[in-house]
Design a protein around this ligand. Sequence first.
Ligand code: G6P
Length: 606
Amino acid sequence: MCGIIGIVGTRPVAERLVESLKRLEYRGYDSAGVAAVVDGQLQRRRAPGKLRELEAVLAAEPLNAVTGIGHTRWATHGAPTLRNAHPHVAGQVAVVHNGIIENFAELKAELIGHGRVFESDTDTEVVAHLIDAELNTGLAPLEAFKAALDRLRGAYALCVLIHGEQDVILGARQGPPLVVGYGDGEMFIGSDGLAVGPFTNRIAYLEDGDYVVIDHASARIFDQAGNLADRPIKLVASSAAIMEKGNYRHFMEKEIHDQPEGCQRTIAAYVDALSATTAMPGGLDFAALERIQIVACGTSYIAGLLGKYLIEQLADLPVDVEVASEFRYRQPALRAGALAIAMSQSGETADTLAALRYCQAKGMRTAVVVNAAESTMAREADVVWPIHCGPEIGVASTKAFTAQVSVLTALAVAAARARGRIDATEEQRLVRVLLEAPRLIAESINLEEAVRGVAQEVSKARDVLYLGRGPMYPLALEGALKLKEISYIHAEGYAAGELKHGPIALVDDQTPIVILAPYDSYFDKSASNMSEVMARGGQVVFITDPEGEKHAPAGARVVVTAPRCDPLIAPLVMAAPIQLLAYHVAVLRGADVDQPRNLAKSVTVE
Ligand code: G6P
């Protein structure tokens, strides 16, 4: 989703704005722009496409200023064209925005009625006009800003620059996150810590309804009621180093390779390695729990689905999993005795956040499994279970997925023990198994060469089917999602048992069928499905383990042999081959792996 940066600085601002926007590229965008106060005058430069287009515009027409705002736009209202690129300017005001102004149509009609002329199709432009109209009534910038905010309905993070105000930037948050960065004689506003990371590691997080005015030396933050608010300044780890790709071509590739470490750090937070027992923070009584409701979107939803398989099987605790966008609107029947768990890498996904709040309003206890420790969900949930895999930059989630699954695996074991489904010895065995996962994930990443071979074939396909049973079914969904997201090849994940109820009609010699089947209790059934596919000329891509290879049906071509492991951690160990497959297919097809078309890293609008 859109990225925002604002700088009240002492040094030339244009390249610093672009530097920051580069840190926000991971969010997904299709145009970019900056505005600055040059000798008291507002000026802007914009370009559709990637940041290099904006840089070319800036090289041709430099902006000589020290204070400015910048934006990467992910189109919602209006095509990704030059005229719709932010900043939007009306009279004395330039605005950048992330979110959706829901009442923009009525505001626009009203403003047009007052003789105002609009240049773009965006919802954002009304904000610039509203503030400008308030300034024209004689209000000071901060008052004019607040008066305009009071008219807006919807979700927004805003950053505003005003003609003649070399030393002031305004910001507001209602929904999508916004942070204030404290520098040395300079101040910043940004979408997240990464945006201001190149300039400072001292950050305050705005709360919903907050608005702020920054100058060179300070920030005054107000809450929705207009009272001065105290938002603590936190020291965050320098983001510069973790943002580098190192020797990898893409962030996604790096993040796939980061997984052993990301899972190890995560698992270490949820088990006591010495005593080999689980240690779930949060003080929840799993024995008394009646039900778990998991809500999430995208890959986080699939991690939740894996959690259902693990928790129900091990702990005999009912788990419902639902995509947050459905859950939040369909008025689900909930009980206060259940625990709601939101799964979210970013902690900001609009639908997941709304679902979390819905559960809270129903009196449920809430927990969040989250990567961004300072995110809105992390601040609002009763219990926070962080994953410790470091910032994830590639739009297609990889290391956050395995880290999320690691937490849910620990939770399943903890709940099983608390509910008396396993004894202390079995808990110790399972914890030791979980502790082996990072090493086995590393082994499975080492299969990259074999995967690259298959990728050659798959890259030529028009459609690909992914099949699995048990925990391999959610993983089949994840394999198909990864392939669609980054290679743009149509892919479907199916429960292998459903093959005969539809997808088998798609089987021909042109359609690769990826079958995920380690040698577990489901193996024989999966092997039968494989035979059915092969009998119809289907091109099976069989991903299994050494035992599965031994028992493969006649004629099956095993292409990837992942390390043998306990079923508890099979989803973690089998994840890397399907991630690598999608990655290499996308690379072979020349796709933009880290910023796939139309996708955003953190979806802060509905
Ligand atoms: C977007 C991203 C996905 C991610 C999903 C949920 O669609 O492209 O990779 O899985 O949002 O995001 P969250 O931050 O809530 O996990």
